[in-house]
Design a protein around this ligand. Structure first.
Ligand SMILES: [Zn+2]
Ligand SMILES: [Zn+2]
Length: 254
């Protein structure tokens, strides 16, 4: 039985297709005995609202001071789940809308985040990539200094070289995610199992996340934990076992 005290991948109503507020998510986290959650709403060319000039509306994401750091006894981190937008591993809005500062709007957001998850949802042709292309894509995303976690890499239809990506994550002190939401499909379960075995062999840290899109799923990782127990995955490689552990791995202070 693992002790996992943080859930670093949750969504609020700001994601548009999620159903709960920060307060509701934090209350559920407290009920489940968590010490921290990260709000990781989407930052994506097709999910983030746009302003009149076509730029993404950072809106509430940049309004950090409006929220207390601890809500209902739970530390609430300001994160993001940012889209990987091509096989070169570029991230959403990180090459455009630079303005006078020369800093892209994507980088402005990333600089402000406690936790950054880089995930694939869709981009033109994303399902047509070879394993080699997908591997290069993840390796490039891992090289981005702002990225802490590769999100749900076990989703079906996106094969990649588990060993190469696990090694790169380990070298960079970054994490690959075992996402409980991915266990909705049997193929993803098998992919997650294979990746977790490889991570254990390579000594790569994982994070175990709910990817909750409503409060009812915050801190719920039973399916992922069951699989990890079956393969005797080492507790010490679960980076989100505690907030202090994740902070130490990523050299952050919360
Ligand atoms: Zn996602
Ligand atoms: Zn998500």
């Amino acid at each position: 039985m693992y002790s996992i005290l943080t859930d670093l991948h949750t969504h609020t109503i700001y994601s548009g297709h999620a159903f709960s507020t920060i307060g509701e998510n934090a209350a559920e986290a407290a009920r489940n005995g968590l010490e921290a959650i990260a709000m990781t709403d989407h930052f994506s060319s097709f999910m983030t609202p746009r302003r009149a000039d076509g730029s993404p509306d950072l809106g509430p994401m940049m309004n950090r001071t409006a929220l207390p750091p601890v809500i209902g006894g739970v530390r609430v981190l300001h994160g993001v789940e940012i889209d990987i937008v091509d096989f070169a591993g570029h991230l959403a809005f990180c090459d455009c809308f630079t303005g006078e500062s020369g800093i892209s709007i994507g980088e402005r957001l990333l600089r402000s985040r406690d936790v950054v998850i880089a995930s694939i949802h869709m981009f033109p042709g994303f399902r047509d990539g070879t394993s080699a292309q997908n591997t290069e894509m993840y390796l490039a995303a891992l090289e981005n200094p702002y990225v802490d976690i590769i999100g749900h890499p076990c989703r079906p239809g996106l094969p990649f070289d588990h060993a190469a990506v696990a090694r790169a994550a380990k070298e960079a002190n970054k994490c690959l995610e075992i996402n409980d939401h991915s266990f909705d499909t049997p193929e993803a379960h098998d992919n997650c199992r294979a990746l977790a075995i490889r991570c254990a062999e390579e000594g790569t840290h994982i994070v175990v996340s709910s990817d909750a899109h409503s409060a009812w799923f915050v801190g719920k990782f039973e399916r992922a934990a069951k699989m990890l127990e079956e393969i005797h995955f080492p507790q010490e490689l679960i980076a989100n076992a505690s907030l202090a552990k994740f902070a130490a791995l990523r050299n952050k202070q919360f």
